[in-house]
Design a protein around this ligand. Structure first.
Ligand SMILES: Nc1nc2c(ncn2[C@@H]2O[C@H](COP(=O)(O)OP(=O)(O)O)[C@@H](O)[C@H]2O)c(=O)[nH]1
Ligand SMILES: *[C@@H]1O[C@H](CO)[C@@H](O)[C@H](O)[C@H]1NC(C)=O
Ligand SMILES: *[C@@H]1O[C@H](CO)[C@@H](O)[C@H](O)[C@H]1NC(C)=O
Ligand SMILES: *[C@@H]1O[C@H](CO)[C@@H](O)[C@H](O)[C@H]1NC(C)=O
Ligand SMILES: [Mg+2]
Length: 431
């Protein structure tokens, strides 16, 4: 027997509350910034019911819309942001080929891996990613973690690692190392089954890198054919520094709040010359010359273009402490002198002098992100993309072959082609 609500006022107030709730839910899911940034603020309760197939299916339906879930969880990208961004897209392609839901691995400190504290949306625009891959389903690491914890019959896994070298396109089974992954790669945070019985596969790309599209295509086919498995979770990682798959789509766009912070800087200093000085791997004895040449170049641009402001994006630790790139170890007096020459000749603008993300900076955990390479690296990149004039590191003065610089250059080239940023006076020049 249905319960009839006779009181129409009560009924309409329920209706209003229902509407409000929907508006709140809509805002919560639609707004980039209102997305929870950290994983661990909200605990996901493990369920207490006794295991049964119906319960497992109900949990599955709640988290992946089907009675069975199939996930691809690339829990560790070995490189920093630009490269990690590229490799992440390779694995989305793999998820698509294998018909699996892709986990949006956490981010932080310029990395994409399960140990990081921020949700994927802190760096990247998830909606834009979804548009790039309309037929791939995504789930946040947090929801994935919650799903695995709520399951009483723990989901099974298979582990896959892709390595360079070895026999071309080969695969071997290796002795499982679940404990290492649990402690070192933070996989103990999840409630899935991974033990000495779990299948651990190791794939090899061959001695030479996958330099041709043909080789990449062959390798991806080999991979796909050997990964058609029924396990609920495919855990993947790799140590390959070149593209795994051919025809990789454009970079995953950064999330809106990064663009907003970059815009604040841009609007304050435009017109401006942006410099990307990736100092890692500079020839030390060349650094004084490099700084002098840059100063001269800037003076020339000021005269010829009439641009006064200078923005410096660099992996040099402009706020003190360690370098912005975790592969940049050798920081010397010569580096300091080079930056000082620049800084004493011009009034240099940086992400640090611009106090980016002022609204987030009173949280200790978030503040750590601003001493590292993560968010500052993203904002620097965006400011360089919009610069009236762009100068990049020449050979000898640092890492001239940088994917970070290349991403800026590609974006500037595209903007000029499309005519969308009329202020751009060049694509790139090495000083
Ligand atoms: N803040 C900041 N970080 C940078 C800059 N250039 C490089 N980095 C950091 O150095 C690392 C570079 O790695 P990656 O993005 O893979 O590019 P690549 O190593 O130069 O090919 C990333 O963590 C960047 O955030 C810069 O101009 N500003
Ligand atoms: C992908 O999976 C769904 C359900 O999980 C299934 O309906 C569909 O046929 C699968 N597609 C392919 C290409 O395997
Ligand atoms: C590469 O990808 C684009 C879009 O993702 C597609 O239009 C194009 O046909 C692909 N090219 C090849 C050679 O696969
Ligand atoms: C440049 O010098 C000013 C002081 O004149 C200092 O506050 C700032 O941190 C320096 N910037 C860099 C990038 O070293
Ligand atoms: Mg790198």
């Amino acid at each position: 027997m249905a319960i009839r609500i006779k009181n129409t006022r009560l009924c309409s107030s329920f209706f209003v509350m229902f509407l409000l709730l929907n508006v709140i839910l809509y805002l919560y899911y639609d707004n980039d910034m209102s997305e929870k940034l950290t994983e661990f603020t909200e605990q996901c309760d493990e369920t207490k019911y006794s295991p049964s197939n119906e319960h497992e299916e109900a949990i599955n339906r709640k988290f992946c819309g089907k009675s069975e879930c199939k996930f691809l969880f690339t829990y560790l990208q070995p490189e920093q942001e630009t490269k990690a961004n590229m490799h992440f897209r390779s694995f989305v392609k793999l998820a698509k080929a294998l018909n699996r839901t892709m986990v949006l691995t956490n981010v932080g400190n310029s990395r994409i891996n399960a140990c990081q504290k921020f949700t994927f949306g802190f760096y990247y625009n998830v909606k834009a990613l979804q548009k790039m891959f309309p037929d791939v389903k995504f789930i946040t690491q947090k929801d994935f973690q919650c799903w695995s914890k709520k399951r009483r019959i723990k989901p099974n896994t298979e582990h896959v690692k892709i390595l360079p070298g070895g026999k071309i396109q080969s695969m071997k089974l290796v002795t499982p190392y679940p404990d290492l992954l649990k402690t070192k790669s933070c996989l103990n945070r999840f409630g899935f089954k991974m033990d000495d019985q779990t299948v651990f596969k190791q794939f090899y790309t061959g001695q030479k890198s996958l330099e041709s599209i043909k080789k990449q295509t062959k390798f991806s086919e080999f991979l796909i054919n050997n990964l058609k498995t029924d396990v609920e979770i495919l855990l993947t990682t790799h140590l390959v520094y070149y593209p795994l798959f051919s025809n990789i789509s454009k970079p995953i766009p950064y999330s809106n709040h990064n663009f907003e912070e970059a815009s604040k800087i841009i609007n304050r200093i435009k017109p401006y010359v942006a410099i990307h000085w990736r100092m890692e791997r500079a020839i030390l004895d060349k650094l004084p010359e490099c700084a002098e040449a840059l100063v001269k170049k800037l003076q020339k641009i000021k005269e010829s273009q009439g641009i006064q402001n200078v923005y410096l994006a660099t992996d040099y630790p402009i706020t003190g402490g360690t370098t912005q790139s975790q592969t940049f170890h050798l920081l010397t007096e010569k580096h300091h002198k080079a930056i000082n020459l620049l800084n004493s000749t011009f009034n240099i603008h940086t992400w640090s002098s611009s106090k980016i993300f002022a609204n987030l900076r009173n949280d200790e955990m978030i503040e750590k992100e601003f001493s590292g390479a993560g968010i500052p690296g993203i904002v620097d990149k965006l400011v360089c993309m919009d610069a009236d004039y762009f100068l990049a590191t020449p050979e000898g003065c640092g890492r001239a072959q940088s994917t970070y610089t290349t991403m800026i250059v590609n974006e500037r080239e595209k903007s000029i082609e499309l005519g969308v940023k009329p202020q751009l006076k060049n694509i790139v020049e090495r000083w």
